[in-house]
Design a binder for this molecule. Structure first.
Ligand code: NAP
Length: 454
């Protein structure tokens, strides 16, 4: 105990720093370490995991060709709760990169909630996020631990992109539905690491657990959205406006945006900060007063029909094989084959990461005049298109987002809720996160607005 008390206290600790994504997160974090960047609130940093050799290799990789700075390497094993509690009682904030989260995430959330430190992760698994919310929200509120999953490409571009589009609708205009079209681009190949593939395969294989969890929880009030529910549409869509063929993407984004809108429905002025100034209260309330709820969905797009057929094939293989143990074994044994080259055991090369980028188009339909709805017009007559774009999604954009969320937690903690389990949008929406992302290469653009006749 005396030894534990003497141990240093860190601003943040990156757990899972030896992983493929973890090492890119370390690289991004080092850019903001106070010794490299004097205005940064990040004064002390440690990395943690179960294998000191791999952690030290990550650190060397992250600073290559320079020698690694003296960053402490701490022991933490997800199967050893004491090691996690020790970690959490020596930091303000944990960044968790250990996945698949459905297998490894909960012990660290539990330790953060118990110790009262904050927690961010890069999870893209709705079942994990909703289960943590159901199980730990109240306790986290009491202990003052802010637990926010999906602080990576899943699902911050979707959350902030949705809000950016929704706030372009100036009264009396209102949106009815926003469809996001994701396009992954590269001069080489777009490749993901096995960790993300495994998380997706396990998500598909356990889809019924998510349904069971949702059925077991009290229904939350749905936000009031003007106009009819969105039409079903065909399985493959040709979106002429953005020049893409597209098919529904069963990612975490829709579930995360829905949770933000549900929380907003329950707290129309957003979530009060633990120690907000009067100025900040007005700023937060003004922000949320301009947000208009809408139906939201995500599709993955390709310039060619063949590309979309490829996405459908991978989805069908995962759906068909994922339900049996042998099928799951096959999927996990041969990731490259079953993902048509989209995922590899050893991840993308640095060149592949450097040459990739994304565009996420938000195509929204709604009403020029919300008053016309009461006169019987329920066909949308206006469209607004916006776009979020940035570098490679998994290992460049994700670390950028995670670090910017962390820096906001470190220097604006008084403006954020005391504690609880929340999606990122409801917490970071009224902060300067969008500006920060823009400063780091992720842009938010207004593309067009047009009225049409019905
Ligand atoms: N939000 C997004 O857009 C986004 C982007 C990228 C990744 N991700 C997610 O991030 C997760 C990680 O992906 P990845 O490709 O980086 O996977 P990875 O390379 O396999 O890394 C997994 C990490 O977890 C650690 N780990 C596993 N079991 C552990 C245990 N018992 N105790 C402590 N550490 C343990 C591993 O440590 P060892 O090195 O010791 O094995 C490694 O550091 C996945 O769930 C993926 O879906 C999300």
């Amino acid at each position: 105990m005396a030894e534990a008390l003497k141990a240093p206290f860190y601003d943040l600790i990156i757990v899972g720093a030896s992983g493929f994504t973890g090492k890119y997160v370390v690289k991004e974090a080092l850019k903001f370490l106070n010794i490299n960047n004097p205005s940064s609130p990040l004064k002390s940093l440690a990395i943690a995991g179960r294998n000191p050799r791999k952690l030290s290799e990550s650190l060397s990789w992250a600073t290559h060709p320079n020698p690694p700075p003296p960053i402490p390497i701490l022991f933490a094993d997800i199967t050893d709760p004491e090691s996690l509690l020790r970690l959490c009682s020596h930091t303000k904030l944990i960044l968790n990169c250990v996945g698949p989260f459905r297998l490894h995430g909960e012990p660290l959330v539990a330790a953060c909630v118990e110790a009262g430190c904050d927690y961010l992760d890069i999870c893209g698994e709705p079942e994990f996020m909703e289960r943590m919310e159901a199980k730990y929200h109240d306790q986290a509120g009491e202990s003052g631990s802010l637990v926010i999953s999906a602080c990576g490409f899943d699902s911050v571009p979707a959350e902030l992109g949705f809000m950016f589009n929704s706030r372009q609708w100036v009264s009396p205009a209102v949106p009815n539905r926003v469809e996001a079209y994701l396009s992954l681009e590269s001069e080489k190949r777009v490749v993901g690491n096995f960790g993300t593939y495994e998380s997706a395969v396990l998500g598909v294989a356990n889809a019924e657990k998510l349904q069971l969890l949702r059925r077991s929880r009290p229904k939350r009030a749905r936000p009031v959205i003007p106009g009819p529910p969105p039409p079903k549409g065909s399985m493959i869509e040709h979106q002429k406006e953005v020049g893409l063929w597209a098919v529904k993407l069963p990612s975490a984004d829709s579930s995360v945006v829905r949770r933000t809108l549900a929380t907003l429905g329950e707290n129309p002025c957003g979530l009060p900060g633990v120690n907000e100034s009067a100025d900040q209260i007005s700023k937060r309330e003004a922000f949320w007063s301009t947000l208009k709820p809408a139906h939201f969905g995500v599709k993955i797009g390709s310039k060619s029909l063949l590309g979309v057929l490829g996405f459908i094939t991978v989805g069908m293989l995962m759906g068909l094989l994922g339900i049996s143990s042998f099928g799951k074994w096959l999927l996990l044994k041969f990731p490259s084959f079953f993902s048509l080259g989209g995922f590899r055991k050893d991840g993308p090369t640095e060149d592949e990461v450097r040459s990739a980028s994304f565009k996420m188009w938000f195509v929204a339909h709604g009403f020029r005049d919300s008053g016309s709805l009461s006169q019987g017009n329920n066909k949308p007559d206006m469209e607004i298109v916006t776009r979020v774009m940035g570098p490679e999604i998994g290992y460049v954009t994700t670390p950028i987002i995670l670090l910017q969320c962390a820096l906001i937690l470190l220097n604006q903690r008084h403006n954020l809720p005391k504690g609880g389990v929340f999606p990122p949008g409801i917490v970071f929406g009224p902060t300067d996160l969008q500006e920060r992302l823009k400063d780091n290469g992720i842009s938010f653009d207004f593309i067009l607005e047009r009225a049409y006749s019905v």
